[in-house]
Design a binder for this molecule. Sequence first.
Ligand code: ADP
Length: 461
Amino acid sequence: MTNLKTYLRHQSLQKKWMLTSSSVIFISYTIICIVVYVFLHTWLLHEEESKVIRTSKDISSFLEAQGPNITIQQIQQNTGLLESIVDRDETVRMFNRDGVEILRINNTSPAAPFNTMQEIVEMTIDKQDALVVNEPIQLGFFQGYIQVIHPLTSFQSLMHYLLTAMLIAGLGALVVSGSIGYYLANYLMKPLHTLRASMKTVMDQGFKEPIQLTYTSHDEIGDLLKMYNAMMNELQIAFTQQQQFVADASHELRTPIQAIEGHLSLLKRWGKHDPAILEESIETSLTEIARMRKMIEELLELARREEKDEASEADAPTVIEAVIEEMVHLHPEARITLSKNGEVGPLFITENALSQVVRNIIENAIRYCEKIPEIKLSLFTTGNHACLEIVDNGIGITEDNLPFIFDRFYRVDEARNRQIGGTGLGLSISKMLLEKYNASVEVKSEVNVGTVFLLKIPLKY
Ligand code: ADP
């Protein structure tokens, strides 16, 4: 049993399928055959027994009907009628009380020993199986036995024929069930083989080749392949994004490091004794370090990707007012106002995420503005969403730059941005946070007029 289990464990699914289906079919067939064979054997043997008992009864009735005064000589002379009662392969003998044979019809078997206890016995006479009936008889003064011997040759050859036919049909069934099992397993395993090949390609070559699976049936395997395809596509996107992210991050972090390195070498060579150079280099290095710290913090924020908290709830006016207060404190020149249009219920987003998004947009509005920053926020409800519109009077964004401002490390004006201290990550973090809570952001802008951000955040209830 353990050997069979070990053998099966090392076989392919296709072989296991084929072996199991053919074994099940074969075992069921064998059980049916055994039941049919036993039933037929019992029934036919019973028929044979009835037949031989009937013959013996017919003979004794015939003889008894001749009257009590019939003599043995008369019976011996008149066997013609008795022969018509007896089958050609049956032998009938009549014995007197001393066991002397006084009459015989046919002679297909030698005499069988007597067994008076049983009416009918099955015994082997001269290497031949036969049914033997010994029936006591009394005709006038004559007392004796009638013995009917019924050979089982035709019964046995019929059973033998049946057994052979069943065995041949059984072997045929084994071959047919094996072939059907093989072709069925082959047909059903085909998509799994394709799936395995595709997985192997991904394992060997990564996501270089696009994943293509052609199985389109709407069954369990079809569903599995669809799920695999969707999963692999997501993985492929995540993998490409990850690669892009690492490439961008290392490129972006290299710039401040190079700037600091340059200034420190300058100082080492001849700037140590020049207070002006010393002051400028330290100042620039500190700015670059601050930029790098901000970038690292933002990169970590992007990489963290916490799970969505289903219990999140934020009271929009309280959160927005707190951010405005903080911004006004940092940039006293900025004029920031909030107008509320009707009651706005709690939003389905964490307070932290909402304040971070609003802070990023207001900071940009102040940063990318050449006049006195004027930022107008308005909060209202549409359907089951709350809308927050943030309008600024900044430099605006050109139409061709607009689709990319949410991309990581994207900056409209690289040189200007470096001066201002932007990292190109603020809006991508905001978009990621909003998407986590099924919220959306739209942007419209006009150069030298200003930019409008429209946030749509689902209401909690
Ligand atoms: P950064 O840290 O550089 O500000 P963001 O992802 O926040 O990065 O913004 C991406 C770019 O979009 C900025 O570099 C800037 O050029 C542009 N931008 C964002 N907000 C505004 C705005 N209110 N007015 C003008 N340009 C903006």
